[in-house]
Design a protein around this ligand. Structure first.
Ligand SMILES: [Zn+2]
Length: 217
């Protein structure tokens, strides 16, 4: 995040696949805002409780206190008017309404930092990130490392069978893949025992397994 004088509003988007360090980068920028003595509020969707109910957490275990919201409009309802910097993680779970909400906050002079997946498990642009990218002052695309070949990876590969757009999970359910290794949908030939859908129902209560290859750097 850059130093901005006065009350200039601003939208900043950090996007990329899973395991690419989006949350880590968001936390890093928000910490810098705190060091600069800005008033910061952090939000995350209720859908994402993989690691913590009231913190945003990166795969590298960086943490920051956050408020949990059920929808994008709830961010406005819970926004303290004195807040100068608004952080939002996992924007892909908040839907298209986040676009208007982010615009409204930036127009009222707040710096809005948003992190989220830019493509879904089929490799399609994942709302609301595409529109936010057009409206943002600053864009950062993070890449992960392909767990097959080690190249820079822009895709989130789903390893379990489901046609739902949103299946919450981390290692074992998803992995990063490069353009060449990415297989949209489910690679059925790799239907490994640890990745069976029955585990999806219990991911919240079970400790996450570590990625087999260290995630992004
Ligand atoms: Zn690859």
């Amino acid at each position: 995040m850059e130093v901005i004088l006065g009350h200039l509003g601003w939208i900043e988007v950090i996007c990329g696949p899973m395991f690419s360090g989006k949350s880590e980068e968001l936390i890093r920028r928000l910490r810098r805002a705190l060091i600069a003595r800005k008033r910061v509020q952090v939000f995350k969707p209720v859908l994402d409780n993989r690691y913590s109910a009231d913190e945003i957490v990166s795969h590298g275990d960086a943490r920051m206190k956050s408020e949990v919201v059920g929808s994008a409009s709830e961010i406005l309802a819970r926004l303290d008017w004195r807040t100068q910097v608004v952080g939002i993680d996992e924007a892909n779970f908040l839907g298209q309404d986040l676009v208007g909400v982010a615009q409204q906050m930036a127009d009222s002079g707040k710096q809005v930092l948003i992190a989220g997946l830019d493509t879904d498990y089929m490799g399609r642009p994942f709302p609301p990130i595409p529109d936010l990218l057009c409206l943002a002052e600053s864009i950062t695309k993070t890449l992960a490392i392909c767990m097959r070949c080690g190249n820079p990876a822009k895709h989130t590969q789903r390893l379990v069978e489901s046609e739902d757009l949103i299946v919450v999970g981390a290692a074992g359910v998803y992995e990063a893949r490069c353009r060449r290794c990415f297989e949209p949908g489910v690679p059925k030939q790799e239907y490994l025992d640890f990745a069976r859908p029955r585990r999806l129902n219990s991911t919240a209560s079970q400790p996450e397994t570590e990625p087999r290859v260290p995630a992004e750097r």
